[in-house]
Design a protein around this ligand. Structure first.
Ligand SMILES: [Zn+2]
Length: 294
């Protein structure tokens, strides 16, 4: 039987997929990637993301991504809250209006991009991060975190405003930081970056963390695994952009994880499905979305 996978972080609504989105989704389904958790990046995409989630029967998250904070406004937080309220509403028959909403995300802090490190932008990022944590807390939702040179600041935000865990996506911090996220109820997302042989620290983490702490992700269309990655000189010479990542790459990324850990691919599939469901409990609300029955 074909193994079943969940891509815990995939921007299937991104413009990079506008020409062939249905084919991309089908390619993923064909290799056993049955579920893609689709996080939002900005308020103006919420509605189209919700439509896509409904069309493909896929889980999604709503939030304002730190890279989109420069253009975000306070009203976007109101839009976020009203979308969350509408999705969580229960009708008179006791049915959930939208069981596909599983988290607040993608939210977080990015202290890698120089323009986002300016003092005023650091402050604006902190404001949006904290406000969105508060919404996650208020509505008992987990969060999907963007962590780039910001693990300590994200952790202190979580200590000030406790939420019901979630995923530290594309984690690339230290063992101590990993442990602190785990202690706060988080799983760590591993994807394409782990497939590069030079990613020694990341590979060490991926092979030594308890399997129960790991979820898999592609972050498609970004973060291509090494077999899709084009170097700067290749891009220059061939006039091409960076290779587009797709959710159908997940089983191959998982095979790298299994090899690094000395685990079987099947045990990685089972564990990462179960882990994703543990940290995103609303996945189990909708049978068409539920990947794993405990
Ligand atoms: Zn992302």
């Amino acid at each position: 039987m074909m193994l079943q996978w969940i891509d815990s972080h995939c921007h299937l609504d991104a413009p990079e997929f506008s020409v062939d989105r249905a084919d991309v989704f089908k390619r993923a389904q064909d290799v056993g990637v049955k579920w893609c958790v689709m996080p939002a990046v900005q308020a103006k995409d919420f509605e189209s993301l919700q439509r896509l989630a409904k069309l493909f029967h896929q889980p999604y998250a709503l939030g304002i991504h730190p890279l989109y904070v420069p253009h975000a406004q306070a009203e976007d937080l109101l839009a976020l809250e009203s979308c969350i309220q509408a999705a969580l509403a229960v009708n008179q028959a006791g049915e959930l209006s939208d069981p596909r909403l599983v988290a607040v995300g993608e939210i977080g802090l990015d202290f890698f991009v120089p323009a986002l490190c300016e003092p005023s932008m650091r402050e604006k990022q902190m404001f949006f991060y904290q406000a969105q944590l508060k919404l996650a807390q208020k509505y008992h939702l987990p969060v999907i975190l963007h962590v780039r040179k910001s693990a300590d600041q994200l952790l202190s935000g979580l200590r000030r405003c406790a939420v019901r865990g979630g995923i530290a996506h594309a984690f690339n911090g230290s063992e101590q930081q990993a442990q602190q996220f785990i202690n706060l109820g988080f799983a760590l997302g591993f994807g394409g970056a782990m497939t590069f042989e030079r990613a020694l620290q990341l590979r060490h983490l991926a092979s030594t963390l308890p399997l129960a702490a790991i979820v898999l992700e592609t972050d498609a269309p970004d973060m291509p695994p090494h077999w899709l990655y084009r170097t700067h000189s290749q891009r220059q010479a061939e006039g091409l952009s960076q290779g587009r990542n797709e959710p159908c790459e997940l089983p191959q990324i998982a095979a790298v994880l299994a090899q690094l850990r000395g685990d079987s691919v099947a045990s990685v599939a089972t564990a990462t499905l179960r882990n994703t469901q543990r940290v995103l409990p609303r996945l189990s609300l909708n049978p068409t979305v539920s990947p794993y029955v405990c």
